[in-house]
Ligand binder design. Structure first.
Ligand SMILES: NC(=O)c1ccc[n+]([C@@H]2O[C@H](COP(=O)([O-])OP(=O)(O)OC[C@H]3O[C@@H](n4cnc5c(N)ncnc54)[C@H](O)[C@@H]3O)[C@@H](O)[C@H]2O)c1
Length: 289
């Protein structure tokens, strides 16, 4: 038996699960009977993660501000034989997040996995050029979002000894040019990850983060909003930055999703408070740009 601290602060004895035994008795990537909530799952890394969790047997809640793409992700998962529901939610809004968690549990019965993935880059400026509203919006989505989702998810996760995976960034580990709000927000997510690991480990909830480097997504639809020539130039700049990193290319979304799924699974049962880079070596080299 295992002693855990419940959401109501009481000590409770519970049977050892395969998770607590080190994942020895289960196929780690199997999520049958588990419920996963993925924010920002309409596109990019979130969509790839939602698909991978559903392929492993999880019921997946796709949460996003992009309604059409969110419905499309859920439809794609169902077409692949998985179970998914889309719920519209702005993760920066406390009422919407509270309602998201209520609907998740009402729809699926419980919650085992929270993937805090929704994020925005906020454009490229040095700090003295940055508008206060732009700073606030990046902080609201990238840092308040994970706080709010964790706040309303944790009572459910404690009941199930669930897990949280935060999608941070290499930009939260180092200073990157012209990204003051983004770097600060992701640095906040990284230390929030460690702090939550400390407070909720005794309740059986693991909290980890991944730090992707350059990933081949159209983050925030930015390139989509640019005139074609500027969009092509932005893509070229990004690819040439990625080419200077040790692995010499951007990551495919699945290469990040696989690590997120590992951290959400019993295969990582002794990991909590871990900050895992998935960056093609870019934070290992001096040639950072
Ligand atoms: N692409 C990269 O190179 C890269 C690198 C490091 C970290 N990341 C992080 O990965 C995560 C996913 O980014 P991506 O690259 O897949 O970009 P993406 O733009 O494809 O996906 C982000 C998703 O978040 C959603 N979103 C934005 N604001 C939201 C809000 N307020 N509420 C709910 N959903 C919202 C968007 O609609 C979108 O579907 C982000 O947290 C990002 O910071 C990306």
């Amino acid at each position: 038996m295992l002693q855990i601290l419940t959401s109501r602060g009481a000590l409770q004895s519970v049977p050892m699960t395969p998770d607590a035994e080190g994942g020895r008795t289960t196929t780690p990537e199997k999520f049958d009977g588990r419920v996963a909530l993925v924010t920002g799952a309409s596109s990019g890394i979130g969509r790839a993660t939602a698909r991978a969790l559903a392929a492993g047997g999880a019921q997946v809640i796709v949460a996003d501000v992009d309604l059409d793409a969110g419905e499309d992700t859920a439809r794609a998962i169902r077409a692949e034989g998985g179970t998914a529901h889309f719920i519209a939610c702005d993760v920066a809004d406390p009422e919407q997040v509270r309602a998201l968690l209520e609907r998740t549990v009402a729809t699926c019965g419980h919650l085992d996995i929270l993937i805090n993935n929704a994020g925005i880059s906020g454009g490229a400026q040095r700090l003295h050029e940055l508008e206060v509203d732009d700073w606030d919006r990046v902080m609201a989505v990238n840092l308040r979002g994970p706080f709010l989702c964790a706040k309303y998810a944790l009572p459910h996760l404690m009941d199930r000894r669930g897990t949280i995976v935060n999608v941070a960034s290499t930009y939260g580990l180092i200073g990157a040019p012209q990204a003051p709000a983004y770097c600060a927000s992701k640095g906040g997510v990284i230390n929030l990850t460690r702090q939550l690991a400390v407070d909720y480990g005794p309740s059986g909830v693991r909290v980890n983060a991944v730090c992707p480097g350059y990933v081949d997504t159209d983050m925030g639809g930015q390139r989509g909003r640019l005139p074609p020539q500027q969009a092509a130039a932005a893509l070229e700049r990004r690819e040439s930055n990625a080419a200077r990193q040790p692995l010499g290319r951007q990551a495919h979304v699945d290469e990040v999703a696989r690590v997120v799924v590992f951290l959400a699974s019993g295969a990582s049962s002794f990991m909590t408070g871990s900050i895992v880079t998935v960056d093609g070596g870019c934070t290992s080299t001096f040639n950072y740009n």
